[in-house]
Design a protein around this ligand. Structure first.
Ligand code: ATP
Ligand code: MG
Ligand code: MG
Ligand code: MG
Length: 436
């Protein structure tokens, strides 16, 4: 993308409505604009980040057998009356009436709808397990929307739902999902620690929240620092083997990790002092096993092995895709701006032309840009160098390819790593090899 022709409106001043770094930076870097309280428009750079996160989430859901669907945002009230949650959900649910006086709602979550869809088509235990997920906008009429996309009213969530024939099979599914989450967050370039959690209004008795450590987090967290050093991407768990899943889960849960609601001083004191991490955390994911709560309430059964009807055992699994954009920035920024992890950055690199209009500089930059026009942002504006550097740091591109008249003449580009400030003098080929 050429910066001179793009819609990437950066702001010099700090917007007064933003209280925390990620919200300020998202506005300043031109990722989002608010259209109503807790409702945001995603501009090109922000949308790219949202898509990159969505893609990693999708790949890890698919890797454990998840199948992607897309359910609508609007749901009929009848569905929620069948589960008993229509009245129980309260004012966070946005209720809507259509021209025929039928009650609808903007979905805050999809347990009822997926259970109904499942029940319409799945007849036998032989078709289980099923793991279905979608990445769709949700609406919750939060009392206090704040911190930008971190607590929006309309927000993008990946929600997955699982159906199993027995408790044992459902626990295996839960553990597979746990592994998929750990891998997802690691690939996103952040450490989200799973913590024992309350199940709240969804119900059930097995639940973990995933939290990213950040001073602006809304929950108090206590955990063993070892958890941040474990490498889930190379952990050779066999996801089709219960014993292997059990070993993975026992190892994971042998480390202490709890939010303030579930914190226990006794167990905490057993963690070696040098490994104790205590602070605030942002909830970016939440997984639940809740058994037959919805299948029973909505009277959904499949034929079991001896043909008697069985209510499938369910779990649900959320990731806050839009909240993650803010949470990643909370974890990855400095005074100058955002520091995107490579995997989610809107662009792999920015090409900074220090002298737009100079024939050698322009030709050199065009040559770099042509290598990956989809993945590069080319700052071809006629602004002064200082403004271009400031915008590059603010927008947080992982690499900056800096081209000046002297280097261009010698066929050299200066490559800067945003995260460390390291600089390299390289040929075009060397620079491209590092960046792409
Ligand atoms: P919170 O405690 O922050 O209100 P929640 O526990 O109500 O979140 P869940 O029902 O567990 O949320 O939803 C799954 C995920 O959706 C959360 O872990 C979070 O990442 C995301 N999420 C929930 N509410 C919001 C919101 N208002 N804005 C952005 N993301 C949200
Ligand atoms: Mg909530
Ligand atoms: Mg919560
Ligand atoms: Mg939650």
């Amino acid at each position: 993308m050429r910066l001179s022709r793009s819609f990437l409106p950066t702001l010099r001043e700090t917007p007064s409505e933003a209280q925390i770094a990620s919200h300020r930076l998202m506005l300043r870097a031109g990722l989002i604009r608010q259209t109503a309280s807790g409702i945001y428009a995603w501009l090109p750079a922000g949308l790219r980040v949202l898509r990159h996160i969505g893609q990693i989430v999708r790949e890890e859901q698919d890797a454990i057998g998840g199948q992607e669907v897309l359910m609508p945002t609007l749901q009929p009230a009848e569905l929620w009356k069948r589960s008993g949650r229509y009245d129980a959900y309260g004012p966070e649910m946005l209720r809507i009436r259509d021209r025929h006086e039928r009650d609808l709602l903007y979905g805050p979550t999809n347990e009822e709808m997926i259970t109904d869809l499942f029940g319409q088509s799945i007849r036998s235990y032989k078709e289980l397990p099923q793991v279905l997920y979608h990445i769709q906008w949700k609406f919750r009429d939060e009392v206090r929307p704040r911190f930008g996309v971190m607590r929006g009213r309309e927000f993008l969530m990946k929600d997955a739902y699982s159906f199993d024939i027995s408790y044992e099979a459902a626990v295996d599914t839960y553990r597979r999902m746990m592994l998929a989450y750990l891998r997802t967050f690691q690939r996103l370039g952040v450490r989200a620690v799973p913590m024992v959690a309350d199940t709240g209004p969804i119900g059930g008795d097995l639940s973990h929240e995933f939290l990213i450590l950040a001073p602006t987090g809304e929950s108090g967290v206590f955990y063993d620092g070892e958890l941040e050093t474990l490498d889930w991407l190379s952990d050779p768990v066999d996801i089709s083997d219960s014993a292997s899943l059990d070993k993975f889960f026992s190892n994971l849960t042998s480390y202490y990790a709890a939010t303030d609601e579930k914190h226990e001083e006794g167990a905490w004191s057993q963690v070696p002092e040098s490994r104790r991490r205590e602070g605030r955390g942002i909830e970016v994911g939440h997984i639940f096993y809740f058994g037959t709560k919805y299948t029973r309430a909505m009277d959904i059964t499949v034929a079991g092995p001896d043909s008697t009807p069985v209510c499938p055992e369910m779990g649900s699994y959320g990731i806050g895709v839009s909240r993650l954009v803010g949470a990643i920035i909370e974890a990855c920024h400095d005074e100058a701006g955002i520091i995107w992890p490579d995997s989610v950055a809107p662009f792999k690199a920015v090409i900074i032309n220090l002298k737009t209009g100079d024939a050698t500089c322009d030709a050199f930059c065009e040559q770099l840009y042509a290598a990956a026009p989809e993945q590069f942002l080319y700052d071809d504006r006629t602004d002064r160098a200082g403004a271009k550097f400031a915008d590059a740091d603010l927008m947080g591109h992982p690499w900056q390819l800096i081209v000046g008249p002297r280097g261009a003449k010698e066929g050299k580009v200066e490559l800067k790593r945003r995260a460390t400030g390291e600089r390299f003098e390289l040929s075009v080929d060397e620079a491209l090899a590092k960046v792409l």
